[in-house]
Design a protein around this ligand. Structure first.
Ligand code: NAD
Length: 491
């Protein structure tokens, strides 16, 4: 049962183990995207606040005991954080639904448990790590140690706030680093609680700090230029990644970027449509299409194109758009007015480009109390020109484009004809073709006859403009550690 709170929350900064106010009394408001009601007033971190957070993280790193305590003790505290998240899962899911507009039941059943799993996974994974040993004849012995890098800036977007922050925080803490976290300014509610959750779990003051604010001339920029920050793990837009890279360049900060996507979901004529259609619907419209991994371009072989269009349209028409608090809702509102304006601008672009509207393209009929929410119907276009803007640009909303193709070569050419390369999907019963497509689509993850199946040991990240580096399993541990070679003379 969702126990949603009605009062306007005051969200503070968490610095060196306590919640504090903005030092210059600057505040900003957060709205519920389902209704436009103000749900929170947030303390915006000044430069002094960010400086204090970075210095606290630096002191906690240098002086210990976080870095120097045994791995098992450190990891048991991280696992305790995960337990507290599960104990508070209804509250966290409720806040995530309120803040982002996503269905409460989805947050409760998938995102909050996954956030807890992000922490336990990396705690368990870290505890099982060994290191390499390289003997040199009988005279010398080399071994490798993986040591924490220092202070990490963890900057996350609004679409999966809690899940994506813990995905970074797990490996950051397990390897002995300290963190300054900044959630997106429009969705700070759940991430702000990580401070008290860390404290209750026994994590020392200064190890986990959470600041709030914007990017340019605000907390984001202050963090990414701060001399105490050694590494930046960022998830967000490709253009923001470019700005962060420039800002971090002067002090040579190590970066890991998870950026935008424009995945091709390729449906061959031998695909099992009974499976491909419901999964493609999820891939296009989950979280109202506000997912970096969304299958927002569906490439369909021409021989089955008409059948696919009619069945896909029917399935989209059955999605329930509405109040995120309702059990039956499949799609809530978009996250903000600004984002709503961006997504709906593509409706005009689609018309200018002669795209054919198959379904949606407008606000749905909703009860009066949701009239101010940023709702859109699931929207489907057909576009024969893969160079059209709706086939090239990340719309990040419930808008999907169906593109017909004739041959495998053509499908590959269209799939790769974008700046992004985060992921791809292929539906076929032909084993050889499944492998060929998987090898030749230039993207970091390829799902064959499935979508969004994640093993946290596997590498996750993007080709091309979809990112730099990989997260997951030992890839995350490598990012958050310095490898040290120790060479011992045996004689
Ligand atoms: P965004 O880039 O606008 O913001 C992300 C974060 O960066 C926010 O916390 C924001 O305040 C901060 N920021 C903005 N400008 C900054 C600056 N100059 N310096 C430092 N920090 C700055 O992204 P968004 O709109 O919140 O999220 C949507 C984007 O995130 C989409 O492009 C989506 O594809 C991407 N995304 C990628 C993945 C992935 O794993 N590859 C996952 C989720 C979302």
């Amino acid at each position: 049962m969702n126990t949603i709170q009605k009062e306007v929350k005051e969200v503070k900064l968490f610095i060196n183990g306590e919640y504090v106010d903005s030092s210059n009394a600057s505040m900003f408001e957060v709205k519920n995207p389902a209704t436009q009601e103000i749900i929170a007033r947030v303390h915006e971190a000044s430069y002094e606040n960010v400086d204090a957070a970075c210095k606290a993280a630096r002191k906690a790193f240098e002086e210990g005991p976080w870095r120097t305590m045994s791995v098992s003790e450190r990891c048991s505290k991280i696992r305790r954080m995960a337990e507290i998240i599960i104990e508070r899962k209804e509250e966290l899911a409720s806040l995530e639904a309120l803040d982002v507009g996503k269905p409460y039941h989805v947050a409760l059943e998938t995102e909050i448990p996954r956030a807890a799993h992000n922490l336990t996974f990396f705690a368990d994974f870290m505890e099982k790590q060994g290191g390499e040993v390289y003997p040199m004849d009988e005279e010398f012995l080399n071994y490798t140690r993986y040591e924490p890098v220092g202070v990490a800036a963890l900057i996350t977007p609004w679409n999966l706030p809690f899940m994506l922050t813990t995905w970074k925080l797990g490996p950051c803490l397990a390897t002995g680093n300290t963190a300054v976290i900044k959630p997106a300014e429009i969705t700070p509610l759940t991430v702000s609680l990580l401070g008290e959750i860390a404290k209750e779990a026994g994590i020392p003051d200064g190890v986990v700090n959470v600041v709030h604010g914007f990017g340019v001339d605000s907390a984001g920029e202050y963090m990414t230029t701060h001399s105490d920050v050694d590494l930046i793990s960022f998830t967000g837009e490709t253009t923001t990644g470019k700005a962060i890279m420039k800002n971090g360049a002067d002090s040579l900060k190590r970066v890991s970027f998870e950026l935008g996507g424009k995945a091709a979901n390729i449906i061959f004529e031998d695909a099992n449509l009974d499976k491909a259609i419901p999964v493609s619907i999820r891939a296009a419209f989950m979280n109202s299409g506000q997912v970096c991994l969304a299958g927002s371009r569906i490439l369909v072989q021409r021989s089955i194109f008409d059948e696919f269009v009619s069945r896909f349209k029917q399935a989209a028409s059955e999605l329930v758009v509405g109040d995120p608090q309702n059990e039956t809702t499949n799609m809530g509102p978009l996250v903000s007015e600004e984002h709503y304006v961006k997504v709906t601008s593509y409706f005009d672009i689609a018309i200018e480009e002669d795209s054919k509207l198959v379904f949606g393209g407008k606000r749905p009929e909703l009860p009066d109390y949701l009239q101010d929410g940023y709702y859109l119907e699931p929207t489907i276009y057909i576009q024969e020109n893969p160079n059209a803007r709706i086939c090239q640009e990340e719309i990040f909303g419930p808008v999907v484009t169906l593109i017909p193709f004739d041959t495998e070569e053509e499908a590959l050419q269209i799939a790769n004809n974008v700046d992004y390369g985060l992921n791809g999907v292929v539906w076929t019963d032909n084993l050889q073709r499944a492998h060929r497509i998987s090898h030749n689509v230039r993207a970091g993850t390829i799902w064959v006859n499935c979508w969004f199946v994640r093993d946290l040991r596997a590498p996750f990240g993007g080709f091309k403009k979809s990112g730099i580096g990989r997260e997951g399993g030992h890839y995350s541990l490598e990012f958050f550690t310095e490898a040290k070679n120790i060479c011992i003379a045996l004689k």
